[in-house]
Design a protein around this ligand. Structure first.
Ligand code: NAD
Length: 486
């Protein structure tokens, strides 16, 4: 693996859940892989008044379970030697002095500011970094979701960060773009000639994108009340996945070449009228039930949730793309909490053969399907129909593994690991550009507005089910059904 450039990474929110579960383990893995140059540093900053030793102890005990068998004490020591800790209040300008002194004057050294804190602080942190003169030409900023709760608030955050960082320095992270199967889908589409001719309305019947969680709101009801499934998941992750499936072949893999094509998809999404919202969207909210055999409370019983809350914990949408390639092909998107399984997948359903010559032998077989799975396992499978060996012409569904896990022995990278390295290297391809983000907000806003104006409540679904019955009806009206196969 190629070595990274020398870098300093400032991790605001260094004691938080994201830092401990994803960011520090990702950096550890890179130290373990030998790609992090000796002089590179990780400067963790957070509110807790801890000494460096106490922070390192906390980090080691908290990160270790996420490293599994990859943890070893020697590598951890080598990793920890690069880490310093800055207890500070990010809202107080005076507290940036120690950080500035540690960063020193290194105009050419890569400096990555990772904002792993509440987005309410993004403007303040940027202002203070700017005022303290800490933002150099070689600086980058990585910002976490949620970037706003609608178009206006996302613009405000982008303006605030944009006052100090140029667009080429801003890395808006959407970790679904860093997942191995999503990368593999790009390779499949644009590294082969086989699929491209079929990747269009003539051959694709429908596309389904599902991101299902078993978890509920995990004690964060107050945060979720102001968010809901549409803002939290669909506006960003599911729409980004839709872009990867639907975009035209870009002229190159340059960041703007790829992002221009994604933007065109977002701008081609058929807008929602209020009547469309009623017909093409379903919102749900879980009630008490059982997940993985254990009883769980309903959403409104969760701490921090208002009685009679109308926040959706499930959303399903039928999206349409108004282009020659995709006209008439429905893209069904759904995401929800308290579903029966943790599942993230993209399903491309191809059309039936135009004429069935095998008659009865075709019974029980389905048309071709490509399933790109991100959770619970990472895989890419093409479902075909083959002849069962033997005398009779009996057809049987089979699948071909297209991730070639047998062919490649290399360690698979976690999405955050890949994206952090990309940020350090300055590669923007897998990060969301401002205009993409705004186009996504523009498309979902009429849904939010119609829901807010309506007297209707989200439809109840039992925890542990696949959402309200209306979600199945969204597809059955087109004679279709959600994919249910392994
Ligand atoms: P968290 O609440 O666990 O951690 C917040 C961190 O910010 C802590 O280190 C805390 O010390 C620090 N902090 C808070 N106020 C501060 C202040 N005034 N001065 C200095 N430090 C302060 O949050 P998290 O779950 O780690 O999430 C961080 C960000 O990442 C949020 O924007 C969140 O929406 C986003 N995010 C988190 C996840 C996740 O899996 N946790 C996933 C996607 C996005």
């Amino acid at each position: 693996m190629k070595t990274l450039p020398d870098f300093d990474m400032v991790l605001f929110g260094g004691t938080g859940d994201l830092a401990m579960r994803k960011l520090l383990p990702a950096l550890y893995q890179q130290v373990r892989a030998g790609t992090v140059p000796q002089g590179s540093r990780i400067l963790a900053a957070a509110r807790k008044p801890l000494s460096r030793e106490a922070f390192l102890e906390l980090a080691e005990t908290t990160c270790r379970p996420f490293l599994g068998a990859d943890y070893d004490a020697d590598t951890w020591r080598a990793f920890a030697a690069r880490i310093s800790y800055f207890p500070m209040d990010v809202q107080a300008g005076a507290s940036y002095g120690a950080l500035g002194a540690a960063l020193g004057l290194h105009p050419d050294r890569v400096r990555v500011f990772y904002y792993s804190t509440s987005p309410d602080f993004f403007a303040t942190i940027s202002d203070h970094l700017g005022a303290a003169g800490l933002i150099t030409e070689a600086s980058r900023v990585v910002v976490e979701k949620p970037l706003g709760h609608d178009l206006d608030s996302s613009r405000e955050i982008n303006d605030a960060v944009g006052r100090h960082f140029a667009e080429r320095q801003i890395f808006r992270i959407d970790h679904y773009l860093g997942k191995e199967p999503v990368q593999n889908l790009l390779a499949l589409r644009f590294g082969n000639v086989l699929f491209e001719p079929m990747w269009r309305r003539e051959w694709v019947q429908d596309v389904q994108i599902t991101v299902a969680e078993q978890l509920g709101v995990e004690g964060r009801g107050d945060f979720y009340e102001g968010t809901g499934a549409l803002r939290d998941m669909l506006q960003n992750h599911l729409l980004q996945l839709l872009c990867i499936v639907a975009m035209e072949p870009p002229p190159s893999s340059d960041p703007d070449a790829v992002r221009d094509e994604k933007l065109k998809v977002l701008r081609s999404l058929k807008p929602f009228t209020p009547a469309d919202v009623a017909a093409r969207t379903v919102r749900g909210q879980y009630k008490a039930g059982a997940v993985a055999g254990a009883p769980v409370a309903g959403y409104v019983e969760e701490p921090g949730v208002a009685p009679g809350s109308r926040t959706e914990t499930f959303v399903a949408v039928k999206a349409e793309i108004e282009t020659w390639r995709w006209a008439g092909v429905p893209f069904f998107l759904r995401t929800g909490k308290r579903m029966p399984e943790k599942l993230a997948e993209i399903v491309i359903n191809f059309r039936q053969v135009p004429h069935a010559i095998f008659g009865e032998a075709t019974q029980g077989t389905r048309s071709n399907r490509l399933i790109i799975r991100m959770q619970p396992d990472e895989s890419m499978r093409l479902h075909l129909v083959a002849k069962q060996p033997g005398d009779a012409m009996a057809l049987h569904p089979v699948h071909l593994n297209l991730d070639f896990s047998e062919s490649f022995r290399a360690r698979r990278l976690e999405a955050y690991e890949r994206l952090l390295m990309d940020a350090i290297r300055g590669r923007l391809t897998l990060f969301v550009r401002r205009d993409e983000q705004e186009a996504a907000w523009r498309w979902v806003e009429p849904i939010l507005e119609s829901w807010a104006a309506s007297e209707d409540r989200p439809k109840a679904y039992t925890a542990g089910s696949w959402g309200p019955a209306a979600s199945s009806a969204l597809l059955s009206r087109d004679g279709l059904a959600w994919n249910e196969e392994d």
